[in-house]
Ligand binder design. Sequence first.
Ligand code: PLP
Length: 448
Amino acid sequence: MTETATIANALASELSLEELWMPFTANRAFKRAPRLLASASGMYYTTVDGRRVLDGTAGLWCVNAGHCREPIVRAVQEAAATLDFAPGFQLGHPYSFILAERVAEMLPGDLDHVFFVNSGSEAVDSALKIAMAYFQSKGETQRVRFVGRLRGYHGVGFGGISVGGIEPNRRAYMAQLLPQVDHLPHTHDLARNAFSRGQPAHGAELADDLERIIRERGAETIAAVIVEPMAGSTGVLVPPKGYLKRLRELCDKHGILLIFDEVITGFGRLGAPFAADYFDVVPDLMTVAKGLTNAAVPMGAVFVRHGVYDTVVNSAPAGIELFHGYTYSGHPLAAAAGLATLDVYESEGLFERAASLAPYWEDALHSLRGVTHVVDIRNLGLVGGIELEPRAGAPGARGFEVFVDCFNRGVLARVTGDIIALSPPLIIDKRQIDELIGTIGAAIKAIA
Ligand code: PLP
């Protein structure tokens, strides 16, 4: 056991687990059988009892450069000792401007402005507000509606759950969700697309459902369509070939803004800087978080096309143009982490590495075809989804048991219901891919 793990283990044995209300967790079950992590380095976590766990999910799709990377750690330490905080309202500090400039250089098309926030949820709510502000500035004040997609995940703010399409996240709050929202159908189609490698062949026509919504509501009432270019949290739903281009064309035709929620796909996950690059479809607004700082310090952002920024900022009377922002927008520690993270991505060529590993990753994943209970396998870049047949009368039980079994065998996977989702740090090597997929295969076989 490492020294850190020993200390953490000693601490853990004295913990009361009761007071902490854990997010998106079955609190009672967890507290009966906790899984506690003590430290992390590179591709591995170490648990409080000293076991190494291979990280198959980059934490929560966010630690793209691997854990506790020295340049990022150092940058955050230095920032903490130099400028712990600077107000971002009517004041600034160089790091957030430098980070915005660096990121803007990476963006496709004329996306060239950056609004900083602290999380993916905040990025989504901010993007929705920016879309509304844009149309108000243009005098199209009736454009207030949003269109999301079923099985979309856009975080947990009221805006995000309104445009999102996950039933349990919405149920308790249904009475107070944003009122003017419609949803496109999701694109998951096991009957036609099971075991697709990369983008599935069928389903581009599902984008045309936007025409139905437009007929019903009137294009002149719709501000924006928001989708994840590849849905991650609801189980790795890869967009069918042609789907996103079709959505872009329809938005252009009707003057509707297209928002890509790239909180998961941003920063190399698909083997390109952004999904927008991968699919060659440029949105009007893009939301990111997670990989922006390698998750070392929380940070998110909204990327905005030139014309949108220009319309909102330059058409406003003198004074504050957008009444929106967070105390920690562009926090110095986050900005420092972001800059160091971009350096690591660039100097190690991690996005290119993801692209070059993708075929090996695809073959490894699809080697599980034929294993009992596996009804679909899908992949794109360094993302994988393995869908299991739900156990009769107990949806999600099989998936969760596989997750626990993997953890006990030394692999961190992630499950959404009965779908195992994988998204390792981009520094993974072939041997670790074999270990990851081999362990998951063994766990699936072991769970009845
Ligand atoms: N949007 C997408 C596509 C996400 O996957 C997530 C989180 O996984 C979010 C938004 C919310 O991000 P956060 O948990 O940082 O608020």
